[in-house]
Design a protein around this ligand. Structure first.
Ligand code: SF4
Ligand code: SF4
Length: 305
């Protein structure tokens, strides 16, 4: 039996993906040229992996030789809750309130691919969630999931930007979605609200200044120039997405329990200062917070104390 768009959409929706789009495989020339310019300006900060495998980022056929389509998927993680302004606590970005999305989504992608291969054993697939030499956001845009906002997150016109992106590359052909036009218009809310002025131009974020990078990927010290600008963010930062009118208007609560707060919405700074490696491992082993490592979390806590 042939797999078609409707079959994929039904299986993906059952697995918990709220957005599904399809795009033909083409070279990502325009997107990679933009990436090159961004790298040349040193805006990737210490994220050296962004400089590697540029050829694969441009040409997905170097990953899956027979690739003809991408199935792009979005999984809503929005929880209708806010941080409390508590003395002695640091704020954690929404995406890290619950279980690590990689763990959740890898399992779901594997189930989806298994089901599709049960329908047609010739269905070849390679899937990615925010890892590997793949331009996740570019494919989501090409597959009509949303447009790239000036804060560089993908925005869906019916649900905003609080969703994780996953992509399945396949040898199958589908009917393809239209690209959604950019609806940012004259809005500059994200640029104006960024506490560290990291959105240095429309659609350009300098990771050297972005709190998300400085508190998560960064392995060095946090530059003193940002002292008192962190707005109490301990792990990640949601400001540019919080102020976006598309999120204010269209965010819907996720139905997935995995992303609901698990005691990690904000963290007690004193607990972090005294935390041992084994306590860190026990508490954050299945949380995205693990990515910062204990050393990074202590550095962040000290910075905002
Ligand atoms: S995540 Fe925070 S620091 Fe980074 S660009 Fe958005 S508002 Fe600025
Ligand atoms: S805040 Fe405004 S400019 Fe920024 S991404 Fe949202 S709509 Fe676009």
């Amino acid at each position: 039996m042939r797999i078609n768009n409707d079959i994929v959409i039904e299986i993906a929706r059952d697995a918990g993906f709220t957005l599904v789009g399809f795009a033909p495989i083409e070279l990502l020339n325009k997107e990679v040229d933009k990436l090159d310019k961004w790298l040349l300006r040193g805006f990737n900060s210490g994220m050296g992996y962004m400089e590697r495998n540029i050829d694969k980022r441009r040409d997905v056929k170097l990953i899956l030789e027979n690739a003809k389509s991408v199935i792009s998927l979005g999984m809503n993680y929005y929880v209708d809750d806010r941080h409390e302004n508590k003395m002695g606590f640091g704020k954690v970005s929404r995406y890290a309130w619950g279980k690590d999305y990689h763990l959740v989504i890898w399992e779901k992608l594997s189930d989806i691919i298994t089901q599709l291969q049960e329908i047609d054993e010739n269905f070849e697939a390679k899937s990615y969630v925010d890892t590997g030499p793949v331009m996740d956001k570019a494919w989501a845009v090409r597959a009509g999931i949303g447009w790239l906002g000036k804060h560089t997150n993908v925005i869906n016109p019916s649900s905003g930007s609080w969703f994780f992106i996953a992509n399945i590359f396949t040898n199958y052909e589908f009917e393809y979605n239209k690209i959604i036009a950019d609806h940012c218009g004259s809005c500059t809310a994200c640029i104006d609200a960024c506490p560290t002025h990291a959105i240095v131009d429309e659609y350009v974020v300098d990771a050297n200044k972005c709190i998300s990078n400085l508190t998560i990927e960064n392995r060095g010290e946090i530059p003193d120039q940002f002292k008192n600008n962190f707005d109490n963010w301990l792990f990640g930062c949601d400001v540019c997405q919080d102020v976006c009118p598309w999120n204010k208007k269209f965010s819907n609560a996720t139905l997935l329990d995995e992303f609901k707060p698990d005691g990690n919405k904000q963290l007690n700074l004193n607990e972090i200062f005294t935390m041992t490696n084994s306590e860190f491992k026990n508490r954050f082993d299945t949380s995205p917070i693990k990515r910062a490592r204990l050393k990074g979390l202590k550095r962040n806590a000290k910075f905002i104390e």
